[in-house]
Design a protein around this ligand. Structure first.
Ligand SMILES: NC(=O)c1ccc[n+]([C@@H]2O[C@H](COP(=O)([O-])OP(=O)(O)OC[C@H]3O[C@@H](n4cnc5c(N)ncnc54)[C@H](O)[C@@H]3O)[C@@H](O)[C@H]2O)c1
Length: 314
């Protein structure tokens, strides 16, 4: 069996938003990537994405140009999963369809060696449910990435009932080699940690708008200026420590019963999803500008986190 540190060739199935970011991350940290998708146009899109993002990392002085010279030789696009036989680790990052994922696992398992760890980036499915579709169940893990995948430190690794320790260790080691601070969950839970926290917040945000307390822009502003201010350096528990813990217990007593608890998808987002519209209006230029600003901002955050991590343990 290949030891975690010896893994060099990573397979990615799915080259959408997340797959392209992962490809960039693996390339940046010296891995070879063999990638597959069902849309051949994504080969060029991914190459462009890697190229632009690496350029940005150099421009922001996060990496040196010499570190990524000749990276093109380390990226290979293949039209079928059967051509991924050299992969020493495979991550699936296609859309949330159970049938689609099942077919992909079958194809990957019949292609790679039986001890190659296979991971999913799913945000929605339980890892235990997906694991049922495996011949070699022990090799399967959840490996959840954050966006932009090439720059965040976020990674959550989850194991299911039949996952073996070696699979978790390989996932953790690859995460660390990709500049992440992987978190391993004690057991598989829908939504993992980050999505459970984020969706609880989103449900409340939608309730505040739907019940007329404030408009979308105002709710966004409050979020950015309060939680957004501290959330990169403090989690909720650190924040309570820093700002007077007993008060939180008192507030919880009065406020928890008043928070929104519906399990229905709010009309506010249902309607937007059905009509394929967004919460704000964008011109082509403003959409592009938001995309650029968001990317620049995340690179800057990374630098700030690197700086403060030297002063305190985050
Ligand atoms: N978008 C996020 O911020 C985010 C964050 C964490 C996890 N995730 C999870 O990552 C996964 C992918 O999300 P995304 O946002 O990149 O989706 P996406 O819609 O951008 O990309 C999906 C990709 O799946 C691929 N695909 C579809 N059918 C295929 C097939 N038969 N064979 C090979 N490839 C196929 C295509 O390359 C397509 O681009 C989902 O499971 C999602 O829940 C998304």
């Amino acid at each position: 069996m290949t030891s975690p540190g010896e893994i060099k060739t990573i397979g990615i199935v799915g080259l959408g938003l997340m797959g392209q970011g992962m490809a960039c991350c693996f390339i940046r940290y010296g891995f070879d990537v063999i990638a597959n998708s069902n849309d051949v146009a994504e080969e060029q899109e991914t190459i462009n994405h890697i190229s632009d993002s690496l350029e940005k990392l150099v421009e922001k002085k996060i990496i040196d140009k010499s570190e990524i010279e000749g990276w093109q030789e380390r990226f290979k696009y293949v039209r079928s999963i059967e051509q991924m036989q050299d992969c020493q680790f495979v991550i699936e990052t296609v859309g949330e369809s159970l049938d689609l994922k099942k077919n992909i696992y079958k194809a990957v398992e019949s292609t790679v060696e039986k001890d190659v760890v296979i991971a999913t980036n799913t945000s929605g499915f339980s890892i235990s449910l997906l694991q049922k579709n495996f011949m070699h169940k022990e090799r399967f893990i959840g490996m959840h990435w954050g966006e932009p995948a090439e720059i965040t430190k976020y990674m959550e690794i989850s194991r299911a009932e039949d996952t073996a320790d070696f699979a978790v260790e390989i996932g953790r080691s690859i995460g660390e080699r990709c500049g992440k601070h992987p978190t391993v969950l004690n057991y598989d839970i829908a939504g993992l940690i980050s999505n459970r926290l984020m969706y609880a917040m989103m449900r409340e945000a939608m309730y505040l708008v739907e019940s007329g307390v404030a408009d979308i822009e105002t709710v966004d502003r409050s979020f950015r200026q309060d939680m957004g201010w501290w959330a990169t350096i403090c989690g909720p528990f650190r924040w309570m420590d820093l700002t007077g813990l007993p008060i939180y217990a008192e507030v919880m007593e009065g406020l928890f019963p008043k928070l929104h608890k519906s399990d229905k998808v709010p009309d506010l987002i249902k309607e937007k999803a059905e009509t394929n519209t967004k919460f704000y209006d964008y011109s082509k230029d403003s959409e592009e500008e938001w995309d650029k600003v968001w990317k620049d901002f995340t690179y800057d955050i990374r630098k700030i986190v690197d700086k403060y991590e030297k002063r305190v343990k985050l």
